[in-house]
Design a protein around this ligand. Structure first.
Ligand code: ZN
Length: 186
């Protein structure tokens, strides 16, 4: 198990759809352990494999004091929506009002390849949607209103982390602190 560097927006791995897991082997269990350890250290409420540079459909969460992980997820969403600010560990210090379904039912597999279903409302539902988006190469700023997305892009372009990642032109990027003052990123 080891803490991995978190990739920042601008890294192509974050906008590339991830591949389904085929072999539920020791490597997958190590990936889940690394994701969990990296998320807890950040700290974050969720983390997907692409955020540590691994293009596989795996994510973890830490919501309401419960750790979880899900592999190859499919989502069933409520029509009812929820309001709330959202951030992301790949966008340090950014937080924007992001519309999400109030409830999510996620089906997938655990690290042993056993089918599991996870149901959540509010923050867990938000997290399941945010992390599944990561696996599809979608980031949370893609879910913002047109106006907020413009503001977010401006904030990103002016951020130290975005400019440093471009300047370095390579990953991993040095992790900056402090993290979002608005709460835990996902
Ligand atoms: Zn995220």
């Amino acid at each position: 198990m080891s803490i991995q560097p978190i990739r920042y927006f601008g890294d192509p791995v974050l906008t590339t759809p991830a591949l389904a897991v085929v072999d539920f082997d020791k490597e997958i269990r190590t990936l889940v352990a690394d994701l969990t350890e990296t998320m807890l250290e950040a700290p974050g409420a969720g983390l997907s494999a692409p955020q540590i540079g691994v293009g596989l459909r795996v994510f973890v969460w830490d919501v309401d004091e419960a750790l979880g992980h899900l592999i190859n997820p499919t989502l069933d969403l409520s029509v009812e929506m929820q309001d709330g600010e959202e951030g992301c560990l790949s966008f340090p210090a950014l937080s924007y009002e992001t519309p999400r379904a109030f409830k999510a039912v996620a089906k997938g597999f655990n690290m042993y390849g056993e089918p599991i279903t996870v149901e959540g409302t509010e923050l867990l539902a938000r997290c399941l949607q945010h992390e599944t988006d990561h696996l599809d190469g979608i980031v949370f700023i893609d879910r913002l209103s047109k106006e907020d997305r413009k503001l977010a892009m401006k904030e990103i372009r002016e951020s130290e982390w975005f400019n440093s990642s471009l300047a370095l032109g390579a990953d991993p990027i040095v992790k900056l602190s402090p993290h979002s003052p608005f709460g835990k990123g996902i």
